[in-house]
Design a protein around this ligand. Structure first.
Ligand code: S3P
Length: 168
């Protein structure tokens, strides 16, 4: 099967945005980050949207964005960690799960990046969320990559998977 777009999924702070930007450059594709798209369209940060309009409102925005994006082709799309949990993603998408352990994620993320994420503020609750979500990520993925390795290493693994199988 040849897919329309690459969609990166995984828990907050797993590196979807950095991986996506880099992968898009290597594959000569356009890069889009759903959280950034929402923030630009709403003129507000994700934290502000959660605070003023609530999580359910944010989840609707995510579904609307991914619907519009997947009507086009040739993009690498980084999603927010909750998007595949609450929204459906077109089955013409090559879905890649950036599969990192919770403790690796905590070590990888800076305080500044952590402060931007309302659902990552309480470590115990975030760990529970991670455990609740990880099987869903795995089930949805066309390909899961071991993201406990250094980012440039697993970007190569993803790129090789895509080029070897000629899926784009
Ligand atoms: C969320 C993940 C965030 C952002 C929002 C909610 C989640 O994106 O969409 O804070 O529910 O996991 P990142 O995965 O880019 O941190």
């Amino acid at each position: 099967m040849v897919y329309d777009n690459i969609v990166l999924i995984g828990f907050m702070g797993s590196g979807k945005t950095s991986v996506g930007r880099n992968l898009a450059r290597q594959l000569f594709k356009e890069f889009v980050d759903v959280d950034t798209m929402i923030e630009e369209e709403q003129g507000a940060s994700v934290s502000e949207i959660f605070k003023t309009k609530g999580e359910a409102y944010f989840r609707n925005l995510e579904q609307d964005c991914i619907n519009r994006l997947t009507q086009k082709k040739g993009q690498v799309i980084a999603t927010g960690g909750g998007l595949p949990i609450y929204s459906s993603i077109s089955d013409k998408s090559l879905i890649i799960y950036i599969n990192a352990d919770f403790d690796v994620i905590l070590n990888r993320i800076s305080k500044r990046e952590r402060d931007k994420r309302p659902l990552l503020q309480d470590e115990d609750r975030a760990r529970t969320l991670f455990n609740e979500r990880k099987d869903t990520y795995k089930e949805l993925a066309t390909f899961s990559v071991d993201a406990n390795q250094k980012i440039p290493v697993f970007i190569h693994v993803i790129r090789d998977f895509i080029l070897d199988r000629r899926v784009l």
